[in-house]
Design a protein around this ligand. Sequence first.
Ligand code: DP6
Length: 329
Amino acid sequence: MRTSTARAYPNIALVKYWGKADEARILPAAGSLSMTLDDFETTTTVVPAPEVDADVLELDGTFADADATSRITTFLDHVRTLAGSTDRVLVRSRNSVPTGAGLASSASGFAALATAAANAFELDLDTRDLSRLARLGSGSACRSVVPGMAVWHSGDDETSFAEPVDAPDMRMVIVTVDRGRKAVSSRTAMRLTAQTSPFYDAWVSSTEDSLEKMIAACRADDFTTVGELTESHALRMHAVIASTLPPIRYLRPRSVAIFDAVAELREQGLEAYSTADAGPNVAVIVRPADAERLAAQLTEFGEVRVVAPGPGAELLSADAEVPAAEVSA
Ligand code: DP6
């Protein structure tokens, strides 16, 4: 074993993943498509600790709670099975996004962890197998292994991975409405949607249809169709989420106001389209030449960042190691 550090970026889905066909293997009920960003990264160092009897997780400089640690251990058990090892590790992870605030930090987190852990346990995985591995930590993480626009195929354990797809060049203007942790995790809300929404089957079949149209529009370099599909698919996801029992609503009044403002800007000739993951923050897609003009129009709603398509998960050299948490005496 060896100490390894990796970096990965979050992704924002244009066709959303919301529902599992298999909870244990994290196989999605339908395929999805996202853009990996060039900002809000996670850096993770995996340090071999064969002398200890439990994995240890340090998140943003402090020791993580039992729930977060047990999720990491469940994931690392997959890596240990592949490597034929029982060794425990120390995981040090640093996020530049607020954890759990709907900016897909579990995607960058598990993509970075999968990449660092695979190398630490000396597994020789290609991008496809790394994507399959990251999927076992968090579904959307399989797309963050891949740079730029990525499509995640539904299927079985072998065939469900993400790969790059050609797409129009675009930017996302991310408007942070709220930095707090969300009340209901994606995992829980997704399960509740499948169990209680009367619209769930229609959501899954319409997602397959949206994905097919989205891939065609991406390949045709058709920004307008990509944008229209993105916005309508996001609102459909939030509609199916609102139809659960008990109901869940992630969008805040200010999130909705951003969707309205973007629709109005579109009327005025600034072509842009909104989406939001399981949280109140809104990502607005726009052509590169219009990005700064759009960002200037959205500053009244929250902190605004313009992001571009980013790199896939990658290993970093030893100088990028995440430092150990300071233990107070
Ligand atoms: C709304 O990938 O976090 O961001 O597989 O249970 O870990 P688990 O869920 P997760 O869900 C992401 C949901 C989403 C949509 C998307 O990214 O496609």
